[in-house]
Design a protein around this ligand. Structure first.
Ligand code: VGL
Ligand code: ZN
Length: 198
């Protein structure tokens, strides 16, 4: 059973000192590196936004970050500007072992739509191409790690399960933003979708 490690958004802006820092985000870099050798393939995702991205609170006059708004495709949390294309915040954490990555998949580069999942934009329709890549390589079993547990990791894992992959989240190699209970909600939604939490 060919297995891929999917490493979600291990970028400077999601680590302490970054624009959208996740508590303890840097603590999982070494555990993630250590896992890479156990898999047949390693895929990294990279959150990659233009500065006029619609998910940034700054681009909505009067709006505060971390509040929910409505987009044509549904509810959307507004975030502090983060992972802007070409900035150091969008770079991978310097400790991440990039040499083992087979594929880097960028997401969130369309100005009007956010992309939490490694598989689809937040409209749940526009694919990133990752499913085709994994299928063509026969990678049927996916383990997901990285940042943030309750947003991009959870969305990716749920889509993976729905697409027919066996999806496991290795929770010790994730950290959560935990906005208003989002961590517990994400865990329940992942379980309901058939994701294994390990
Ligand atoms: C993420 C919020 C906005 C994540 C990305 O990687 O979980 N969260 N963009
Ligand atoms: Zn983002």
């Amino acid at each position: 059973m060919p297995r891929a490690l999917i490493v979600i958004d291990m970028q400077n802006d999601f680590c302490p000192g970054g624009a959208l820092a996740v508590a303890g985000g840097d603590q999982i870099v070494q555990p993630v590196n250590a896992l890479m050798g156990e898999f047949d393939a390693v895929v990294l995702t990279q959150d990659w936004h233009p500065s006029d991205h619609a998910s940034f609170a700054d681009n909505h006059p009067g709006a505060a970050p971390f509040r929910e708004t409505r987009m044509p495709y549904g509810p959307q949390v507004l975030w502090p500007a983060h992972c802007v294309i070409g900035t150091p915040g969008a770079d991978f954490h310097p400790g991440l072992d990039l040499g083992r990555a087979d594929l880097v998949i960028r997401k969130g580069f369309r100005p009007q739509i956010d992309s939490y999942s490694a598989f689809y934009e937040n409209d749940h329709e526009t694919p990133t191409g990752l499913a085709g890549y994994l299928r063509e390589r026969g990678l049927t079993h996916l383990s997901l790690v990285g940042l943030a547990h309750d947003f991009c990791v959870a969305y990716s894992a749920i889509d993976a399960a729905r697409l027919g992959f066996q999806a496991t989240v290795i929770e010790s190699a994730t950290r959560a933003i935990d906005l208003d209970g989002s961590r517990d909600r994400a865990r329940a939604e992942m379980r309901a979708a058939g994701v294994i939490l390990e």
